[in-house]
Design a protein around this ligand. Structure first.
Ligand SMILES: [Zn+2]
Length: 208
């Protein structure tokens, strides 16, 4: 079922030159919005030449530990870095969604990490803390795309739920483009859980 979400509007847009820790640099234009359904301060970063349709879109959920501090417990920092460069090359938008820890919040995510250290996986830990496995919603992401005048996208994602939710909000996902796989000793169990429990399409190395 398709249900177009309430209309959001662009609040501010401003140039934002980016430079990452590894030296990669590109020019972005950052957009903020009025009228997003969940009241979150989500951002859209326009990257590259956006005249060639459909634009490449990444809906990245905020991960303070991974995005800012380079935590190796997950692959978020590497995913974000990859997405910015690939979108800058193809032309499109990075949607930076403030839904930390699959929507459960930063402190709860840290509690889930502590539980994971006792042997449960990332999804089971969320359930044990009284949350759902994945509380993320992409309705605001769809609102942002509509506000930007984007109705048809190529989606950079391995997560089938993102495409499903965007489609249900009236966004045409013309193609789903897989991301790279960023495996480390510290995140391999997390990535395995994403494949097993979240249906993500990731080619992980077989256990030795
Ligand atoms: Zn993360």
């Amino acid at each position: 079922m398709t249900l177009r979400p309430p209309t959001a509007t662009i609040r501010t847009q401003v140039a934002l030159p980016l430079r990452f820790a590894d030296g990669y640099a590109t020019d972005a234009r950052v957009f903020s919005f009025d009228g997003l359904v969940d009241g979150g301060e989500h951002l859209a970063l326009a990257l590259g030449d956006r005249t060639a349709p459909p634009p490449l879109i990444r809906a990245h959920s905020e991960c303070l530990t991974g995005d800012v501090f380079g935590s190796q417990r997950c692959d978020c920092g590497a995913q974000l870095r990859e997405a910015v460069e690939r979108i800058a090359d193809a032309g499109g938008y990075l949607l930076y969604l403030r839904q930390e820890g699959r929507g459960i919040g930063l402190y709860s995510k840290l509690e889930a990490y502590a539980l994971q250290d006792t042997g449960v996986d990332t999804y089971e830990a969320n359930l044990a803390l009284g949350h759902r496995e994945d509380e993320r919603s992409y309705v605001a992401a769809a609102q942002m795309l509509h506000a930007l005048g984007v109705s048809r996208v190529a989606l950079l994602s391995n997560n089938p739920d993102k495409a499903r939710q965007l489609r249900s909000c009236g966004v045409t996902v013309a193609a789903q483009v897989r991301t790279g796989v960023h495996v480390s000793a510290a995140n391999v169990r997390y990535l395995e859980a994403k494949v097993r429990r979240g249906g993500h399409t990731l080619d992980l190395p077989r256990p030795a």
